[in-house]
Write a protein that binds this ligand. Structure first.
Ligand code: ARG
Length: 410
């Protein structure tokens, strides 16, 4: 066996790279990085753009990669892998970091890393580069996945090394004839099928209201004139049809983002505890994610026993913390996946909702509901006898009242 000390995850790999696979978003940082990597290491750069449903023009991105000096470019359509892999797990796990953030960015990072590693190996690269800065969570997620999947490849993070600010990057691009991407938003955006993350500028102040031009997928609730009625059908924990129409997960998510967003639901604004030691104000748009998680949770509650329900909440939260924290390859995550999938075998049924600014659940049904109308009905049906009820209550409160008496001795 190879001595562990030589593996990249214990000891960073340092060498002069000759062929670098760059995770390429098409933005300013990674475009400048193409030229910078070539110049600094005299290396060949292969760019890899992974399509996880972000709203980008991939032909434009490819063209820009070549103009900036890439020797080869890959556009990889990973929408289906993304939806049916990490996103499907996130639905079954009701994944919301700190109860609010549906984790779009966090879920995509390990998959993007995996796709870049595949290209790097196919092309015989000796290094992988990505555009993370040293202040975000994404550096942790990318590097964790790269160290897990390609421990022998060197990791290069130009934006941590070059010491240029945005204006200096623009200047660098001008000087070297690198095409500068047109900016679609004045905020820093990361989007994919599952959510759109919005950061920066004035919203870095958590006390400031988010300006309307930060949003793209959702309209403000006050602009909505008509309610939207939806029936979402789940089978074994995953949505399979909307209003009776079956569709695959990618299209179902795209549809919900569109129609739910247009009915004023899907915004998140919270203060988030980052992995890297400080809080940040984060804003998201995620109409499909929030709708699917709300309805899925509701169906689980109909189906699960109270013990299952309470335990699952803890499992879900742990799963979300692992994913947020960039520990995708932590073995516990896979163990939890197994449990989450298994518990979701019973989560089938239909949830009816109304979207009108907010989301209201109107009703739910499941062949596996652990709900019995006769038990709850006040009018007819079964009633415990007075004696049964009294005996039950006595035993139920006994622990508490014994302790209560001990502490409040008259
Ligand atoms: N705060 C979110 C997260 O950590 C969103 C990050 C957005 N990332 C980005 N590169 N703009 O997952």
């Amino acid at each position: 066996m190879e001595p562990q000390g030589r593996r990249g995850f214990l000891k960073p790999v340092h060498r002069k790279p000759s062929k670098i696979a760059l995770a390429y978003s098409g933005g300013l940082d990674t475009t400048v990085a193409i030229h910078w990597l070539r110049e600094k290491f005299n290396a060949e750069v292969i760019t890899v753009t992974v399509d996880v449903g972000q709203d980008d023009d991939f032909r434009d991105i490819e063209e820009r990669a070549y103009k900036a000096g890439a020797i080869k470019h890959y556009t990889i359509d990973a929408k289906r892998d993304f939806a049916e892999g990490p996103v499907a797990m996130a639905i079954m796990a009701n994944a919301l970091y700190e109860d609010r953030y549906p984790l779009g960015t966090a879920l995509a990072r390990p998959l993007i890393a995996e796709k870049v590693v595949e290209v790097a190996k196919r092309e015989g690269c000796d290094a992988i580069a990505h555009g993370s800065t040293s202040k975000g969570n994404d550096q942790v997620r990318f590097n964790e996945a790269l160290m897990a999947l390609a421990p022998d490849l060197m990791i290069i993070e130009p934006a941590k090394i070059w010491g240029m600010n945005r204006a200096e990057e623009v200047e660098y691009a001008r000087k070297h004839g690198i095409p500068i991407p047109s900016v679609h938003s004045r905020f820093s955006i990361d989007d994919n099928l599952w959510s759109r993350s919005i950061e920066g500028r004035e919203i870095d102040d958590p006390g400031v209201e988010v300006p309307e031009d930060a949003f793209k997928w959702t309209v403000p609730p006050e602009k909505v004139s008509e309610p939207l009625m939806l029936e979402i059908e789940f089978r074994e924990g995953l949505p399979i049809a909307i209003n009776g129409e079956k569709m695959d997960l990618v299209n179902l998510i795209l549809l919900l983002n569109k129609v739910v967003g247009a009915h004023g639901f899907g915004r998140v604004d919270h203060v988030e505890n980052r992995v890297v030691g400080f809080k940040s104000r984060e804003v998201y748009e995620a109409p499909a994610a929030l709708t699917l998680i709300e309805t899925h949770k509701d169906l689980e509650k109909l189906v699960y026993t109270p013990l299952e329900y309470r335990f699952k909440r803890f499992v879900d939260q742990t799963w979300a913390d692992l994913v947020y924290g960039g520990l995708w390859h932590e073995p516990l995550r896979e163990e939890l996946d197994t449990l989450i999938r298994s518990m979701n075998r019973w989560v089938s049924g239909v949830v009816k909702v109304k979207v009108f600014g907010g989301l209201t659940i109107l009703g739910r049904e499941s062949p596996y509901a652990s709900y019995n109308k006769d038990l709850v009905d006040y009018v007819s049906g079964w009633y415990p006898s007075e004696e049964e009820a009294r005996g039950f209550i006595r035993m139920h409160v006994l622990h508490s009242l014994t302790a209560y008496r001990a502490r409040h001795k008259a």
